[in-house]
Design a binder for this molecule. Structure first.
Ligand code: IMP
Length: 195
């Protein structure tokens, strides 16, 4: 079965291709010849995930999934959350985002945080959503060079190193994205189309 992953983020594709079962062939937007910047205009991860999968479903009419992820920090009332990519401004500069996060947390007693992923699957015209959460905390300094985004400042519960010090297989033992997409794969394994 072919499944289009509606993202232009190569790191996300690598993480997901590590998970998938032989039953599914995951195709990237590049592999299906789509070159667009998918909009993320909404105030919730759920609505943005729907927007991404719907945009690509309308173009292809094929089974498609997308995901939207946010870093939710308790001491910042859930920020940066859905605004994680643009936390320090519209430039989406990741170093600026990390610098702002470390600055905002400087005097906070709690550094508890979680990544939350909402995956949206559209198959035969119906949407299904799946959520994955990874709890952990924000470090005081950046550490590691693997991965992407906030990985250098996030240590998941059960580990003592940042995501940016893990390879993809190890990150997937904890990952929010893995948890959401694994549910999606389990769903598809049992899926019986209604005709
Ligand atoms: P989006 O899901 O691509 O919109 O991601 C929102 C923001 O969270 C971006 O700044 C990403 O770099 C960051 N982000 C998403 N997933 C992860 C992750 O697994 N680790 C670290 N940062 C992430």
């Amino acid at each position: 079965m072919k499944l289009i992953f509606a993202t232009n983020n190569k790191n996300k594709v690598e993480e997901i291709k590590h998970l998938t079962h032989h039953k599914f062939e995951i195709l990237t937007l590049q592999e299906v010849g789509i070159d667009i910047d998918i909009p993320e205009p909404h105030d919730t991860l759920e609505a943005n995930a729907t927007e991404k999968s719907t945009t690509i479903y309308k173009l292809t009419n094929e089974a498609v999934f997308s995901e939207d992820t946010g870093l939710e920090v308790a001491a910042l009332n859930g920020a940066p959350g859905v605004k994680s990519a643009r936390y320090a401004g519209e430039g989406r500069n990741m170093q600026d985002n990390i610098d702002k996060l470390l600055h905002e947390l400087k005097d906070k007693p709690s550094r508890a945080a979680q990544f939350r992923t909402v995956a949206s699957l559209i198959i035969n015209g119906t949407e299904y959503q799946f959520e994955g959460i990874c709890k952990g905390h924000i470090t005081t300094t950046q550490d590691g060079t693997s991965g992407f985004g906030y990985d250098p400042v996030f240590i998941p519960e059960g580990s003592d190193i940042t995501f940016a010090n893990m390879d993809v297989t190890e990150k997937n033992k904890y990952s929010h994205r893995k948890k959401a997409v694994q549910q999606l794969i389990d769903f598809l394994n049992d899926y019986q189309p209604t005709i």
